[in-house]
Design a protein around this ligand. Structure first.
Ligand code: AMP
Ligand code: TRP
Length: 343
């Protein structure tokens, strides 16, 4: 008998995900990511971090960054992540992310990164002025996941390409270093009703932190009046809501609002149309505003309560970092051994 690892990964299942500490969270982050984290923690061992290393791929004010990290942690806790069940930590507190990230930079191919659409979007017309980190961003993301041998990665739809790259890196590492089954090929949990929430001002653009119009998004810190007003002002057409999903598909703004209603209420779009099909936005928007306020106010209230006690957040993050370092260390040790580093 040799002690060769099996060809396919046979280790435990683990959920791994994170959100960058680069500004206020919005409804898309909440429905596309946070709600899923909270649900999964009861099913699988769950590690959720604040991606502050990723945040600095674009400029962050050093006087604000630590507080932004606390704010994301407060949002996790407010959304229902329980530090007694899930491991919650800041990425920069575990140096192994950056170490494994370097090794993966030597595994990933330039051609793979050249295809990444998020870099193209974020670098815009001034690619040559972007940080190198913005370009290699998805390689660090692969390290985040594989350092913990994450098998399930709950994220919004926009992260699909980064997860494919993670699988490519895992497969190439396992192959090149003759370590079959060492890293799992993680699966993205990108489905679900909130996977792609669109701007309230433009049904063809993703709801995003970087949209210059604050009316395009509902922030987790918005109060009830702001939420209601943004929904009232949301772009729509003059027609009543359609009766069928086929007709809904032809109307991106209506589709988005129906999707948001469904995601918040735990209903399918078909359920929402069964209730509101044929009714005008004069009826639907107030119902959506009431629902959004009812679901989001407790979250923003809880966020404010956590933010009023930064010492408690810091204690949770420090304890999470201890647990994360303990899980990361043996993986990084094995990787160093596999790569052949002097030890
Ligand atoms: P980011 O703020 O870019 O770090 O994103 C954090 C998480 O929110 C990731 O899982 C994203 O895929 C998700 N996300 C961001 N924007 C949206 C959106 N408009 N709809 C659904 N999920 C989103
Ligand atoms: N790239 C992700 C985003 O923009 C954030 C992120 C960094 C992440 N590392 C990760 C998500 C690892 C999941 C797993 O949303």
């Amino acid at each position: 008998m040799t002690d060769q690892p099996p060809a396919s990964y046979s280790g435990p299942q683990r959920v791994l995900s994170g959100v960058q500490s680069s500004g206020a969270l919005h409804l898309g982050n909440y429905l596309g990511a946070l709600v899923k984290f909270t649900r999964l923690q009861h099913e699988i061992d769950t590690f959720i971090f604040v991606a502050d290393l990723h945040a600095i791929t674009v400029w962050q004010d050093p006087a604000q960054l630590a507080n932004q990290t606390r704010e994301i942690a407060a949002a996790y806790l407010a959304a229902g992540l329980d530090p007694k069940i899930a491991t919650i930590f800041p990425q920069s507190a575990v140096p192994a992310h950056a170490e494994l990230g370097w090794i993966f930079q030597c595994v990933a191919r330039l051609g793979w990164l050249d295809r990444m659409t998020q870099f193209k979007e974020k670098s815009g017309k001034h690619k040559e002025r972007s940080s190198v980190g913005l370009y290699t961003y998805p390689v660090l993301q692969a390290a985040d996941i594989l350092l913990y041998k994450g098998t399930q990665v709950p994220v919004g739809d926009d992260q699909k390409q980064h997860l494919e790259l993670t699988r490519d890196i895992a497969a190439k590492f396992n192959h090149d270093f003759d370590a079959p089954g060492f890293f799992p090929l993680p699966e993205g949990l990108t489905e679900g009703p909130g996977a792609r929430i669109m701007s309230l001002r433009d049904g063809s653009a993703k709801m995003s932190k970087s949209d210059p119009s604050d009316n395009s998004r509902i922030n987790l810190t918005d109060d009830a009046d702001a939420i209601a007003q943004k929904i009232r002002k949301a772009k729509t057409d003059p027609e009543p809501l359609p009766e069928t999903l086929e007709d809904l598909k032809l109307r991106p703004e209506a589709d988005n609002l129906v999707g948001i209603y469904g995601a918040l209420a735990g209903l399918t779009k078909a359920d929402v149309l069964a209730e509101f099909g044929g009714k005008g936005f004069g009826t639907f928007k107030p119902a959506l505003a009431d629902l959004a306020v009812a679901k989001l106010s407790p979250v923003s209230d809880a966020m404010r309560r956590y933010m009023a006690d930064p010492a408690e957040i810091d204690a949770i993050l420090a304890a999470g970092a201890d647990k994360a370092r303990a899980v990361a260390a043996p993986t990084l040790d094995e990787v160093k051994n596999i790569v052949g580093f002097w030890r």
